[in-house]
Design a protein around this ligand. Structure first.
Ligand code: DX5
Ligand code: ZN
Length: 218
């Protein structure tokens, strides 16, 4: 078992200096890169060219979170750009099983994300196809939003399903994760934690990574 992982999101970092920003979180387990297309979400970030440059600039594995329409068509591009893990939204995927298998076949970890109002129950039998499940704890699109406590029961149910099926799928939470909320997520069964504004608004981002890890492990 890998245990607790902290995966800072660079969404609220300085986009003009991303290489240096990633160098400030050396103790992170992965770097969470939020790809947005102004279509699936009302915000726009960057695409595969930028992600590829970032992959070359760091030894940390990249964890791509694709908030883009037509995920089936674009996800593998991010594996080819050098991401170790690629997360697509189930709401944007026509064939999630095929897509997860395709991501794995290209050599990355396959992960599927659910927005806060998307139920987990219809996907119970898919868990074995996934290396990670991402449960959004805000509506995707922006950093700095308030953590949605209403997702906590879904985290618990997902963790219980994983136990029942004996799968080793990582369970990631993303949105509003901070020293205030991380313990609740860990207690509910999450083991991979995205934190954007909490890390990059801290004076010492790497120290915040350590503090978040300690809080989640407590
Ligand atoms: C939101 C993104 C998140 C975001 C998290 O749509 O998926 O990864 O960067 O930012 P915080 O931690 O500030 O909520
Ligand atoms: Zn994200």
């Amino acid at each position: 078992l890998v245990g607790i992982q902290i995966t800072p999101s660079i969404l609220n970092a300085d986009f003009a200096d991303l290489g240096a920003e990633v160098a400030r979180i050396g103790s992170a387990d992965m770097v969470h890169v939020d790809v947005m297309d102004n279509h699936f979400v009302p915000n726009l970030t960057f695409g595969p060219t930028m992600v590829e440059a970032l992959a070359r600039s760091t030894d940390l594995p990249l964890d791509a979170h694709l908030m883009i329409a037509d995920a089936d068509r674009h996800a593998v591009t991010y594996v080819e750009a050098g991401c170790a893990s690629v997360t697509f939204h189930v709401e944007a995927a026509a064939a999630p099983v095929r897509l997860a298998r395709e991501i794995r076949a290209h050599g990355a970890r396959a992960s599927m994300a659910l927005k806060p109002a998307t139920p987990i129950e219809p996907y119970e039998d898919l868990l074995g196809e996934l290396d990670m499940l991402l449960l959004m704890t805000v509506e995707p699109g922006f950093g700095g939003q308030k953590f949605l406590d209403l997702v906590l029961p879904k985290i618990r149910r997902a963790r219980a399903m994983m136990g029942k099926h004996g799968v080793e799928t990582w369970l990631q939470v993303d949105g509003g994760v901070s020293l205030e909320t991380i313990e609740r997520c860990a207690e509910a069964g999450a083991d991979v934690f995205v934190a954007g504004s909490a890390v990059y608004s801290a004076e010492d981002p790497d120290r915040m990574v350590a503090e978040l890890r300690a809080a989640a492990e407590a």
